[in-house]
Design a protein around this ligand. Structure first.
Ligand SMILES: [Zn+2]
Ligand SMILES: [Zn+2]
Length: 307
């Protein structure tokens, strides 16, 4: 089943509109039109929706890295939906499919599978992994096969169905915040809509997609995995820890993607904080023994010199 014309057009709009927002934003910025209020609203919206993706869609809903109360689970699912990367159940199905077929035929967004050889093939693969897949393989993973647990949850089905409304709210909320906090200035509302809405969606989109493209291409590896996943330190903070993506492929269920103290992982810290106040429990951790086992597999056995 291919994406329908409507889905394709919606995806094109969802990619192009935030990009146009960045262009308009750049021009306005040039004219000193980015107020501290815009920045504050953008930061809050960025953190809220990025956490919705990393802690909500990814670590909780896709990988069940921890347990939480139903209202927290639904709140995270709504926040993730506000990142405008598709409805929760579709996102989870696509991502579980990515883990099932990583960097092979069937992976919805591998930069390696089927892109061809040479520089042209490399660039085509990276484009497909970063954005191109939204127009071809996005939302195609069967949710019956890959996300039956979420399909069985009526609350999650409702959030899934409400995705278009939540996406609109993702623009409406910064507008109302700008309008309200400026004391009713329409210009401030529109400016907040631009920065806290479109530009923020653009940023969260491209950081998330960088995990699919850059973190399967550049960067370092530690474990002996069959895929091509990598850890990319400079993406760690903006991605809230998701850029330790090679660690994540080694231990998909771990609530923590950073495995060393210097592997900054704000999403993992948030889950730790939630566990401390009993908002999270059954937090999945990688024991040092398990990690050592994987590392030992990764190191080639020392050959004994022939006597
Ligand atoms: Zn991956
Ligand atoms: Zn994952």
């Amino acid at each position: 089943m291919r994406v329908t014309r409507l889905e394709r057009n919606v995806n094109i709009a969802a990619v192009v509109l935030p990009f146009l927002g960045v262009v308009v934003g750049g021009v306005l910025l040039w004219n000193n039109f980015l107020s501290p209020l815009d920045l504050a609203i953008m930061a809050v919206m960025y953190m809220g929706t990025a956490i919705g993706i990393t802690v909500g869609f990814h670590r909780l809903l896709t990988h069940r890295a921890f347990e939480t109360h139903a209202p927290v689970r639904y709140t995270l699912a709504v926040l993730g939906s506000m990142a405008v990367q598709g409805p929760a159940i579709d996102w989870v199905a696509d991502h579980r499919k990515h883990h099932t077929f990583t960097d092979e035929e069937g992976d919805p967004h591998s930069p390696h599978a089927g892109a061809g050889a040479g520089l042209g093939g490399t660039l085509r693969g990276l484009w497909h992994a970063h954005t191109g897949w939204l127009f071809s393989t996005h939302g195609q993973a069967s949710s019956k096969r890959f996300a039956p647990d979420l399909l069985a949850d009526p609350g999650m089905r409702r959030i899934n169905k409400a995705f278009p409304l939540i996406a609109l709210a993702s623009l409406g909320i910064p507008f109302l915040l700008g309008l309200g906090l400026s004391g009713g200035s329409l210009v401030a509302g529109l400016s907040a809509l631009l920065w806290g809405g479109l530009v923020r969606i653009f940023l969260v989109h491209h950081i998330t997609w960088s995990i699919n493209s850059i973190c399967h291409f550049f960067g370092s590896r530690r474990f002996d995995l069959d895929d091509k996943s990598t850890n990319v330190f400079w993406l760690a903070l903006p991605s809230l820890g998701e850029a330790w993506h090679h660690n994540h492929h080694a231990f998909p269920r771990s609530a923590f993607h950073g495995l060393r103290w210097w592997e900054l992982d704000p999403s993992g810290w948030l889950i730790l904080g939630m566990a401390r106040v009993r908002l999270a429990w059954d937090v999945v951790r990688v024991t040092p023994e398990r990690e050592r086992e994987r590392l030992a597999q990764a190191r080639p056995a020392v050959e004994t010199p022939a006597a």
